[in-house]
Design a binder for this molecule. Structure first.
Ligand code: HDL
Ligand code: ZN
Length: 416
């Protein structure tokens, strides 16, 4: 069916987004069997580290006094500071209002207990179904870290597979703190060591490959992932570079696992803020180039934290078909930047990229992060498709639907 005018175009795009089966390829969510790791409800929403960082913009309280408060008391302070004493205009504060609205809650109630009683009243299974339906999710991908003791306990006993919560094997601890990782690996029976001269024996490399392979199988991981600092390099002779070359890549190749790299985080620039204390740095895309060029038979899912790097990464993506750029990550996950990144990507990559992931930590954030991103991506699509219609190109509803479904899940599924 030909699209002749803007109103039909807008309608077609919105219908296509509404019918998309979304694959949310990177989150910090957990399925129900992970128990306390499954975060939901108003107190978890309000103590999301983005909101904690913003709260400290306004309060003088010493960091340690805040952390000594209970979760409920922390939530109350965040609520008072950001939603009562100030106006929730930031992306992360307005997201709370979007969640209330979409769940049919009063957006103007100032009493936290009104919201608490709602969330406490929800049956978790029904609630999970409802949120997945509101968002149009097919599945989400978790971040699964074998070095996290709470999480490992569930993998060791109690894990119950839920098809809607896929796994990704996360190896930051191995790549960024190898000494720490190696002592855990030895505890688990892997024969690994770092010699005095910082060399890794063939036995150590083979044991690390065994560790990676066993966990990738156990989790049925869709990909292997790591977040990396701005100075990440594959040519600095570091242990990290050697682990990637001799352990991670071979296992990714053997298991046909894409390697997910999230580059540019500077951890704990303000330790007082704990999880909220990380910042970013401009990284060198040459590390991505090195990997994609040297390993054309391995697939790389990459995103970067600095806005400038995003532009450079789009150019890299044009050079290497085994590279898939994805999402607007963390500090570039704001409407003004999402819009420009999506526009740049379409201008240089057409529809051959993954526009967004949610990075959710608290379950209901799926609602706000996806609602906000859908609106922005739709806006850019209207603009780009209108340019085609303006020159008389015959654009059909089927084409637009195909493109949109690829954006919101198809490109990820086909790539992995
Ligand atoms: O390393 C990551 O996966 C980041 O997404 C961090 O978890 C960060 O704390 C975050 O939640 N960003 O949205
Ligand atoms: Zn993340």
């Amino acid at each position: 069916m030909l699209i002749k005018d803007r109103a039909t175009l807008v309608n077609t795009i919105n219908k296509a987004i509404a019918s998309a089966k979304i694959a949310d390829m990177h989150t910090h969510l957990f399925s129900k069997c992970f128990g306390e790791l499954f975060l939901y409800g108003i107190d978890e929403l309000l103590t999301y580290h983005y909101l904690i960082a913003e709260t400290f913009r306004y309060i003088k309280m010493p960091y340690e006094d805040f952390w000594a408060l209970s979760k409920k008391e922390q939530a109350e302070l965040v609520w008072k500071t950001l939603f009562v004493e100030n106006t929730p205009v930031s992306e992360v504060t307005r997201s709370i209002l979007t969640i209330f609205k979409r769940l049919g809650l009063d957006v103007n109630n100032k009493d936290l207990n009104y919201y608490r009683s709602y969330f406490e009243s929800r049956d978790l299974d029904e609630y999970i179904d409802q949120v997945f339906k509101i968002v149009g999710l097919d599945y989400i991908v978790m971040t699964n870290d074998p070095f996290d003791p709470k999480e490992k306990k569930v993998w060791d006993s109690g894990y119950v597979k839920d098809e809607r919560f896929k796994a990704a094997l996360r190896i930051d601890v191995l790549l960024n703190t190898p000494e720490q990782a190696f002592s855990k690996l030895r505890e688990w029976g892997y024969k690994v060591s770092i010699s005095e001269s910082r060399t890794l024996s063939e036995e150590t490399l083979s044991e690390i490959r065994r560790f990676l392979g066993e966990w990738a199988d156990r989790m049925e991981a869709l990909y292997c992932a790591a977040s990396l600092p701005p100075d990440f390099s594959m040519e600095d002779g570091s242990i990290r570079a050697r682990l990637v070359n001799h352990c991670v890549i071979p296992v990714c190749r053997e298991k046909k696992l894409p390697l997910g790299l999230m580059i540019g985080v500077r951890r704990q620039v303000n330790p007082g803020l704990k999880l909220a204390g990380d910042a970013l740095g401009r990284a060198d895309v040459k590390a991505v180039e090195y990997l994609c060029a040297r390993y054309p038979d391995v697939k790389f899912l990459v995103t970067m934290l600095s806005y400038e790097n995003q532009h450079e990464l789009i150019v890299e993506t044009r050079k290497f078909r085994n590279l898939m750029v994805f999402g607007c990550w963390w500090f570039v996950n704001n409407p003004s930047i999402i819009e420009n990144i999506t526009r740049m990507r379409m201008e240089m990559l057409g529809t051959s990229f993954i526009p967004q992931h949610s990075d959710c930590r608290v379950f209901e954030q799926l609602i706000s992060k996806w609602e906000h991103s859908k609106a922005i991506i739709a806006k850019v699509l209207v603009e780009k498709y209108s340019e085609l219609i303006d020159v008389g190109y015959e654009l059909t509803e089927e084409q637009v639907t195909r493109d949109v479904h690829n954006f919101f899940g198809g490109n990820f599924r086909n790539f992995i």
